[in-house]
Design a protein. Structure first.
Length: 252
């Protein structure tokens, strides 16, 4: 009798293991899969940052490692910006943006911002529940579109897409608790000179819209015309002048 009970117990345990594995496989199969040949762990892109044509600092985009978040593998990526010693005298900048991007589906799970600009100090965090389609920011929940992006993950997602001259792409994004529709237009192909070298690049125009209205100044991103689609140049016209980022170094 005891032996029979042990056999039933073992069958029950095996059933639970099989059932749990099946549920996990089913859950994973329900998530979208985005082919990514553009970036991988270890990538480090270093830029010089110009303001009104004058070099004012550096920016670094890094794909640091794979971490677990919400039970899934995610890229931990960062964007750090710092002003030069000379500009520190007038306006010191030490910004850090961190994003956790789903490895399989290339969408965001979490973003943190640590901003240090002059006397301005800010620490922000947004947690994205991609199953319940809600974002948590400053204790308030907001409904979000399926597979929403944040301000940094949207760039990495854009890099995975097939882009050609004349194409237009809409990316659903959420930033600081607000939803946006990001329109990316591929204007054409241009030759771009950077400190890292010359590139044949796709010129794109990026427009952030909220409730149908343009929210921020339009920016342009030049992506290398290959499978990596490296942002070799980024340009934005702000109220204080034109800001330009040019690729200085790259490690893959």
């Amino acid at each position: 009798m005891a032996k029979k009970n042990r056999i039933i117990y073992l069958i029950f345990i095996l059933f639970l293991i099989f059932y749990s594995s099946s549920i996990d496989c089913l859950a994973n199969s329900l998530w979208r899969k985005v082919e990514n040949r553009a970036f991988r762990v270890g990538e480090k892109l270093t830029y010089i940052v110009k303001w009104k044509g004058v070099v004012g600092g550096t920016a670094v985009m890094r794909v640091k490692k794979i971490v677990k978040i919400s039970g899934r593998d995610a890229y931990y990526v960062t964007l750090s910006t710092r002003s030069s010693r000379f500009f520190d005298i007038f306006y010191k900048i030490r910004d850090l943006i961190e994003s956790y991007i789903d490895k399989q589906g290339i969408f965001t799970w979490k973003q943190r911002k640590k901003l240090r600009e002059g006397k301005y100090r800010s620490n922000k965090e947004t947690i994205y529940d991609q199953e319940k389609h809600q974002a948590l920011y400053k204790g308030k929940k907001t409904d979000i579109p399926v597979y929403v992006q944040d301000s940094l993950s949207s760039i990495y997602y854009l890099r995975t897409q097939e882009l050609n001259k004349g194409d237009s792409l809409i990316i659903d994004a959420n930033d600081d608790g607000k939803n946006y529709s990001v329109e990316v237009k591929v204007i054409g192909i241009e030759k771009v000179a950077t400190p890292f070298g010359k590139f044949k690049a796709l010129k794109t125009e990026v427009i952030w819209k909220r409730e149908g209205k343009i929210h921020t100044e339009t920016s342009q991103i030049w992506l290398s015309n290959d499978q990596r689609k490296i942002p070799v140049k980024i340009e934005r016209q702000s109220k204080t002048g034109k800001i330009t980022m040019l690729l200085k170094k790259a490690k893959f």
